[in-house]
Design a protein around this ligand. Structure first.
Ligand code: FES
Length: 125
């Protein structure tokens, strides 16, 4: 048994190449929570889409900027493990309470995010 196999897995084991992203969908009746094992460095938007947990509204799911940080339709609330902001939109998010753009967040540490209600562009499905 290797050191890695004998070591208990924790949410933030630095030797681990994956981290846990807890996703809370507050838009469902049951307030669904899903834990994702995500490769470190993965873009949050991509991890969510791969898991079938779209950060988009019904219409922007089909028409968006493809993760370039331009359309501002992929917002999520980061409740814990928030990475250091470095996108121009992050300043607005902090100042006015906007969600963070999931396409501009890299998953390097465990985090908890909420899929926010979408009030324009068709709402969430
Ligand atoms: S996908 Fe357009 S800003 Fe994130």
């Amino acid at each position: 048994m290797s050191d890695r196999e004998s070591r208990p897995r924790t949410e933030c084991d630095p030797a681990d190449s994956t981290v846990t992203v807890r996703v809370r969908d507050v838009n469902t009746d049951s307030d669904r929570v899903t834990d994702l094992d995500v490769e470190r460095g993965t873009v949050l938007r991509d991890a969510l889409l791969d898991a079938g947990l779209s950060p988009y509204a019904r219409l922007t799911k089909r028409v968006n900027c493809g993760g370039r940080g331009l359309c501002a339709t992929c917002g999520v609330r980061v409740r814990s493990g928030e990475p250091t902001p470095d996108h121009w939109h992050d300043g607005l998010a902090a100042r006015f309470g906007y969600p963070r753009l999931s396409c501009q967040v890299r998953v390097d540490e465990p985090m908890t995010v909420e899929l926010v209600e979408k009030v324009v562009w068709g709402g969430r499905e």
